[in-house]
Design a protein around this ligand. Structure first.
Ligand code: AMP
Length: 457
């Protein structure tokens, strides 16, 4: 199962549910299929978990019922059989070690084996999500309290996880030893907050404190914050695709601002694959490529323009008209401005090509309004394989760059030229230690072992 998610948690505020709710708004881009909040008032727990967007699920009466001084929340998007309310999070469990709820961003890479073993021992799973495994491991642990059984459970997991947990006493946050997905810690006065991205902190007026470290379990209760070590590894594997596409540009993740890195990727792309003579303007495929396109324009000295306008009101599903309108799927989301584009030679910047279907449709749209030459520039390398650590990439079969060389992709997209950012160029743009990144979707170098069932299709 491929999942993309965002998580947040708050401890020590009578407005805990509202703070998590606002955080989820700022994390909505990480998952638009379902959302949920669980709160605790020290004895019971309250929850609201539903399919849909954050703004549609929670209203004032719902938030009023989510009482308590601590809360966790989740936004989720998943494909492949996972689109069911039972799979939505946070997941709540009553265990011999107490009541616990969990929200997860990432993908476990040994969940199938662990689940099989647990089922053989009599465990009954209520969801098909890999996250439930951690609750079973926690429940089965012979350790007592919350932290020790949780450490016990976490030490048996492999793969990518940024978890938040809630108990009646407080919240916990954990990050896998490789630090694949982001998770940050912040404060508003005495209140602690945890979120996948710091865009959530900005919205609720929280101050960034630090990252939850790779391999760290943080336990926050009335006694304060305690840090525990799950496991440490020398090697880190931060997902570089978070910087390329997934995170919001206003966020700080892995300790660095996304906007600056994305802009540098654009600049580097311009150095590696400059615009051909006669280029009139650089335009992004909005919104995800806007910052990279700005960097590209800046470095190449060619005017940045819009040209493609994106509607922000298109949900994930829409009803197609009965007679099929050509390229309808792209048209509902984007429109090309004839007045800005006719007779122009353009560099079209996108952050990535996955299947190639969107770009192909957009290029046709651009041709229809009279664009002369389209030179496509991609601010990341060709995506040649799937992600098993929490980004929704399709199977190898569907990934255009896994199947075609660049020249054939160029022909398929119908562009005059096509160039991608190099792997080294992408990594150098981060300004960080380049060995600390996971680049598996671009390189097939998977830093964390995959169980057999996850191997490629
Ligand atoms: P495609 O038509 O499949 O090539 O889609 C490429 C577009 O999808 C690019 O413009 C990206 O911004 C966007 N994209 C890349 N990765 C993802 C993802 N994991 N989920 C949703 N959209 C993505």
């Amino acid at each position: 199962m491929h999942e993309e998610c965002g998580v947040s948690a708050v401890f020590g505020s009578p407005d805990a549910a509202r703070l998590v709710y606002l955080s989820l708004y700022a994390l909505q881009h990480r998952g638009q299929e379902a959302a949920g909040i669980v709160t605790s008032n020290g004895s019971g727990m309250h929850s609201k978990i539903s399919m849909g967007l954050v703004g549609d699920i929670f209203d004032k009466p719902t938030l009023d019922q989510l009482t308590g001084n601590h809360a966790i929340g989740h936004v989720r998007y998943s494909t492949a059989g996972g689109s069911k309310i039972q799979n939505c999070q946070p997941i709540i469990a009553n265990t011999g070690n107490g009541r616990l709820a969990v929200a997860h961003n990432g993908n476990l890479t040994n969940a199938i084996q662990l689940r099989k073993k647990l089922e053989e021992q009599g465990a009954i799973f209520q969801t098909t999500s890999d996250t439930e495994v951690v609750l079973h491991l926690f429940a089965k642990s012979k350790e007592t309290g919350f932290v020790r059984p949780l450490l016990d459970a976490l030490r048996r997991l492999e793969g990518a996880y940024s978890f938040v947990f809630i108990t009646k006493k407080g919240i916990l946050a954990a990050r896998d030893p490789y630090g694949v997905r982001p998770l940050s810690l912040g404060r508003i006065g005495k209140t602690w907050v945890v979120a996948s991205e710091t865009s959530a902190f900005d919205l609720i007026g929280a101050r960034y404190v630090r990252e939850v470290e790779p391999g760290e379990l943080i336990d926050i209760t009335a006694k304060g914050l305690e840090s525990h070590t799950i496991r440490t590894t020398k090697q880190k594997a931060h997902c570089v695709f978070e910087y390329v596409y997934f995170s919001r540009p206003d966020s700080k993740i892995f300790g660095h601002n996304v906007y600056e890195i994305r802009r540098e990727m654009g600049r580097q792309l311009a150095r590696e694959a400059p615009p051909p003579p006669g280029t009139d303007m650089v335009i992004p495929i909005p919104d995800s490529a806007s910052v990279a396109a700005m960097g590209y324009a800046e470095e190449s000295g060619i005017r940045y323009d819009m040209g493609l306008i994106r509607s922000h009101y298109v949900g994930r599903t829409f009803i197609e008209p009965r007679q099929s309108i050509r390229d309808f799927g792209a048209k509902i989301k984007y429109n090309a401005v004839t007045e800005a584009l006719a007779n122009k030679n353009i560099v079209l910047v996108d952050d990535s090509i996955v299947r190639g279907t969107t770009s192909r449709k957009l290029v046709r749209m651009l041709r229809r309004v009279g664009v002369r030459e389209v030179h496509m520039r991609i601010s990341s390398p060709p995506i040649i394989d799937s992600c098993f650590y929490g980004i929704d990439t399709p199977t190898r079969k569907e990934l255009i760059a896994a199947n075609l060389p660049v020249e054939k992709i160029r022909a398929y997209l119908g562009v005059n030229s096509l160039a991608y950012l190099s792997e080294q160029g992408m990594l150098n743009s981060t300004g960080m230690e380049t060995k600390d990144f996971c680049t598996a979707c671009f390189t097939r170098r998977y830093p964390i072992k995959l169980e057999k069932a996850l191997k490629h299709t």
